[in-house]
Ligand binder design. Structure first.
Ligand SMILES: [Zn+2]
Length: 717
């Protein structure tokens, strides 16, 4: 992709955020034994938490905990039953112990408390809605466990725990670890005793109580269960059924057998996506609505499941030590969803996935800010600020680059070693850098310094000339990125240059590390195309002027991303007959849907005179993305005569996504007369309700047009 824009935008001043350091603590929590019961009518949680802590100093006589201000402490007692004094202000609870403990002594006490819904924070008690039943869910990430259980709420301490949950009648309770027992109670409810006997961090704690339907699955002896709301029962296996296969795949990929007692997939009320939580991953309710065979083709959320499942190693087994180290959880999670896509859907979809990640990061870099991946500036109460596209996508792409530099064997040996060395520990970037050295012998500090501790990415300006007298191709490579906030003046980076002729291609690998470099390549003949970054590995911006002939050659001969980019860039070259013909051929015949769609979009954005008849052919493409694109382009014409065509396509197309696009296009082209059709069509049950949502927006569009017309009439008369 060629961008003409350089990094000047810094629309969000993230450098004014305060610097945070890792939290100190003078005790190590060993174990929690927490018990919960609920008064649903009053929206109150009655809790007790017996804590066992180990002193990390001499004269340890007071214990500072986190406890939200929605919590009322009723009593705190030691094991002998003595009441302990305490003070609770804001979200801190200070407990005065009855003796001075020496280094490494253990102390135990039990806290009895009441928790109600926090005022300005995520609630705990949910009333029934259209989308989920009445339920109880204790938010955890990133520092919300303190709102339902006094604790040490920071990821640098790992603990074991038991959760004993009194579920009301008709409810089931899920938490971390193994299910020890479910005991009926006289009230008609039941007690669910869960035990997490391998240590993990607080933000991964789960408390969810709802009238769940449980679908039991497994991988060998490992229970893999899906906890869904009754209305989502038909979707459960379609949505989650591939989980055991993912665990099996990751076991081998990471060289570390899934360590936990079980793997539950648990639906909760909306919280924006999904969240890893050891042995019980949480998914927002809307994600699996009406997930059927037809919807799976367009709306599979395997990427999310793969990402969250990978967190059982990257996040749960090894864990970010502080919130500046988010990439150790999220870049790995995000990289793993690419690896899964690549494995299951093939190399082409893998490449397209990586391209999507690049664009997601570049978009953030342009529209918001750039920052180092390891970044210690965030508001104390909002570590979520660091969970952005730098953490997810850029970090994943840097892992991909590291893998390509080290090679698969050394990269995965490092991964295996790192997980075994630091299992059940909090880690930081230096632990990973050291693991790379210990496994490979290579000092890759420069790589981490450049890509993880400093912001930005290379912005290239590249030009080339062909010297026909000597058969030499000369290439000038300049790095022109702004150096604000410590963006490297010149990145050290490997680059492949591909020389394409009618007979094939040759590739040269370069290492560049200067602001401006000149290279000479003696060749047998002038290439038809010279490709900068031949394997498309780099996260970069590139300004590289190519002739129309080169772009046309590229559109026919490049790899998928290269062909799509050529289709995209040809739009800026004026559509001559030759360009139009090549684009039409690509739109109809390219082997990849991604290229067909790009070619069609370029034609759609131009004044191509046969666009309408081309789109009418392409609504029969084998790929739903291409079909949806063709419908959208036709809809953008606003031509009322197309409404009948859209109706027919709606009735005949087999994809919810395309059907939704048909309704939106009827909204763009239609009139009041079409509202009844849209209303009826909108009643079709569809995955994530995409059809009913499209129907609503189509009707809104028609009504807006009517209002505009009405206003027009008033002025006219
Ligand atoms: Zn994640």
């Amino acid at each position: 992709m060629s961008f003409a824009v350089y990094l000047r935008a810094q629309n969000t001043d993230i450098y004014s955020r305060p610097v945070q350091v890792e939290r100190s603590h003078d005790y190590d929590v060993l174990h929690y034994r927490a018990e919960f019961s609920f008064d649903i009518a009053e929206k109150q949680l009655l809790g007790s938490n017996r804590m066992t802590v180990k002193s990390l100093r001499n004269d340890f006589d007071r214990c500072l905990l986190d406890a939200g201000n929605n919590i009322t402490i009723n009593a705190i007692r030691d094991d002998c039953g003595n009441s302990l004094e305490f003070s609770h202000r804001e979200d801190k609870l200070m407990i005065l112990l009855q003796e001075k403990y020496k280094y490494s002594d253990t102390a135990s006490f039990i806290i009895e408390y009441l928790a109600s819904d926090p005022e300005n924070d995520q609630k705990i008690f949910y009333d029934a809605s259209e989308n989920y039943p009445a339920m109880i869910w204790g938010p955890n990430f990133p520092n919300r466990v303190r709102n339902w259980m006094p604790c040490y709420d920071y990821p640098n301490d790992k603990v074991t725990h038991e959760m004993i949950i009194h579920a009301p009648e008709g409810f089931k309770a899920v938490s971390n670890g193994a299910l020890i027992a479910v005991t009926p109670e006289d009230s008609g409810g039941s007690v669910w005793h869960w035990k997490q006997d391998l240590p993990h961090s607080t933000y991964l704690f789960v408390l969810a109580v709802a009238p769940y339907i449980i679908f039991e699955d497994s991988l060998g002896d490992l229970p893999v269960n899906y906890w869904v709301f009754p209305q989502d029962s038909a979707s459960a296996l379609n949505a989650f059924g591939r989980t055991p296969g993912m665990i099996e795949f990751f076991n081998e990929l990471f060289g570390y057998e899934y360590p936990w007692a079980k793997c539950d997939q648990v639906m909760i009320p909306p919280m924006g996506g999904a969240a890893e939580s050891t042995t019980a991953t949480l998914y927002s309710n809307g994600l699996i609505v009406n997930m059927d065979e037809k919807g799976l083709k367009d709306y599979s959320f395997d990427r999310i499941i793969a990402h969250e499942t990978a967190h059982h190693w990257w996040g749960d087994l090894i864990t970010l030590r502080t919130w500046s180290q988010t990439w150790l959880n999220e870049s790995f999670g995000t990289y793993c969803d690419y690896i899964w896509t690549n494995r299951v859907r093939g190399k082409d979809e893998g490449i397209i996935d990586l391209e999507g990640k690049k664009n997601a990061y570049l978009n953030e870099a342009h529209s918001k800010y750039i920052r180092p991946i390891v970044f210690d500036r965030y508001e104390l109460d909002s570590p979520g600020q660091n969970f952005d596209r730098h953490t997810y996508q850029k970090g994943a792409l840097m892992l991909h680059l590291l893998r390509s530099i080290l090679g698969d064997d050394l990269f995965f040996r490092t991964i295996h070693y790192f997980l075994h060395k630091h299992a059940f520990e909090p880690v930081d970037t230096h632990d990973f850098m050291k693991a790379v050295k210990e496994v490979t012998g290579q000092n890759m500090d420069w790589f981490f310094e450049q890509f993880f501790f400093r912001p930005g990415h290379p912005v290239f300006e590249v030009s080339k000339t062909w010297d026909s007298s000597e058969n030499i191709l000369r290439m000038k490579i300049s790095q022109v990125q702004d150096t604000l906030h410590g963006v490297p003046y010149a990145f050290r980076i490997p680059i492949k240059i591909g020389f394409y002729t009618l007979d094939g291609k040759t590739v040269e690998q370069l290492w560049i590390d200067e602001r401006e470099e000149l290279f000479e390549f003696p060749l047998n003949e002038e290439p038809e195309m010279v490709k900068f970054d031949d394997d498309g590995l780099l996260l970069k911006e590139l300004s590289y002027n190519q002739t129309t002939e080169e772009l046309l050659f590229s559109l026919r001969n490049n790899d998928i991303i290269g062909r799509a980019e050529a289709a995209d860039e040809l739009s800026g070259y004026g559509l001559t007959e030759q360009v139009k013909n090549t684009l039409v051929t690509a739109a109809q015949n390219d082997a990849s849907w991604y290229v067909r769609r790009a070619a069609l979009e370029t034609l759609g954005a131009s004044a191509y005179e046969k666009l309408s008849s081309l789109c009418k052919k392409m609504v029969l493409d084998t790929n739903s993305q291409v079909r949806a694109s063709a419908i959208r382009i036709l809809g953008d014409t606003g031509d009322n005569k197309l409404v009948r065509f859209f109706r027919k396509r709606f009735e005949e197309d087999e994809s919810y996504m395309v059907q939704a696009e048909c309704l939106i296009s009827i909204g763009k082209c239609g009139s009041e007369r079409d509202i009844e059709f849209i209303r009826t069509a909108g009643k079709i049950v569809s995955t994530r309700n995409v059809i009913s949502n499209a129907a609503s927006s189509a009707i809104k569009k028609i009504e807006e047009k009517r209002q505009v017309l009405a206003v027009g009439k008033i002025f006219k008369y």
